[in-house]
Design a protein around this ligand. Structure first.
Ligand code: GDP
Length: 298
């Protein structure tokens, strides 16, 4: 929890700066409520969530509201927005292997998140196989192999420039033959070439669907919190191209832009599985709406 609060410190500070002076000794007037709404938008919470919180504050008809009181309400209202989307990854279904496609733009933290999820599942005694489906970058294949070694998980990889669909095909085959529970697939993240990305992902999906009707069981979009509102555009594009089933937001440690998590929850309502608060293997945290809301509100 401390790491979590520490991770959101800059976000909480940003909100604190933005709302400072917006409290009152008398009932909040419309101007102050408008200022609060603007302060929340400036804190990356997005127009929809900011409006909702403003209305919630207005509805309470405060006699007066000091900064501590405002932060308390913020925490409560943010928690209400986050609670419906907090959903841990569920890999209990059958048949095996459970296939997780991990998507996102390069640099968002895909490979790191795959390593962390793999580690987390292996700690619960699940067998995990990692597949290097980002064949576009040799460095991506290498990175995934390094993570495989770090968490002691096997990695299936081809050559740079190879066909991701064939890696995935081999991955499912190997997982089935060796009784592996979960196959986690890394994918390329070149948004510049949207059509190619779309074709590649639909081919991967087609191959998976032939092997196992329900696969992929999860399509997790990894988002870098430091990109702020860009993360929201990425959700839109990837939803359209890949059919996102859940989110992991990374790099929440040390950014002032953590408010974007609230914006994403309000705007898209997609499940949030976990958050990244560091580069280490244990720095993936389950998404606890109350703890996160309190850490953001400061
Ligand atoms: P990919 O290109 O999407 O596979 O991104 P990587 O997994 O290689 O991550 C890009 C960089 O972000 C690396 O330096 C990671 O160590 C770093 N990174 C990933 N997740 C986090 C996180 O939650 N916090 C911090 N501080 N760094 C992270």
């Amino acid at each position: 929890l401390d790491r979590l609060t520490g991770g959101f410190r800059k976000t909480a500070d940003r909100i604190g700066e933005n709302i400072s002076g917006l409290t009152s000794k008398t009932a909040l007037d419309t101007t102050t409520l408008d200022d609060i709404e603007e302060a929340l938008i400036a804190s990356d919470l997005g127009p929809e969530a900011s409006k909702r919180i403003r209305d919630a504050i207005a509805a309470r008809r405060f006699e007066q509201l000091d900064e501590r009181g405002l932060r308390t309400i913020l925490a409560e209202e943010i928690e209400k927005i986050l609670t419906p989307v907090a959903k841990p990854l569920d890999i209990h279904g059958f048949p095996r292997p459970h296939v997780i496609l991990v998507i996102g733009v390069n640099g968002s933290g895909k490979t790191t998140t795959i390593g962390k999820i793999g580690h987390h599942l292996m700690e619960q005694d699940y067998g995990v196989l990692l597949a290097a489906g980002d064949t576009f970058r040799a460095a991506a294949i290498e990175q995934l192999k390094i993570w495989g070694e770090r968490i002691h998980a096997p990695v299936i990889a081809g050559k740079e420039g190879g066909d991701p669909a064939s890696i995935v095909f081999d991955g499912v085959k190997q997982a089935t033959e060796t009784g592996i529970d979960v196959l986690i697939v890394d994918t390329a993240g070149r948004l510049q070439n949207k059509q190619h990305l779309m074709d590649e992902l639909s081919k991967v999906r087609r191959v998976l669907g032939k092997l196992n009707e329900a696969a992929p069981h999860d399509v997790i979009l990894v988002l870098d919190a430091t990109t702020g509102q860009n993360a929201l555009n990425q959700i839109e594009v990837f939803q359209e191209t890949a059919g996102v089933t859940g989110l992991v937001m990374t790099k929440l440690d040390g950014t002032a832009r953590g408010g974007v998590l609230v914006a994403a929850a309000e705007k898209f309502g997609l499940p949030i599985h976990a958050i990244g608060v560091g580069e280490g293997v244990d720095d993936l945290r389950p998404f606890d709406p109350r703890a996160v809301a309190r850490a953001i509100a400061g």
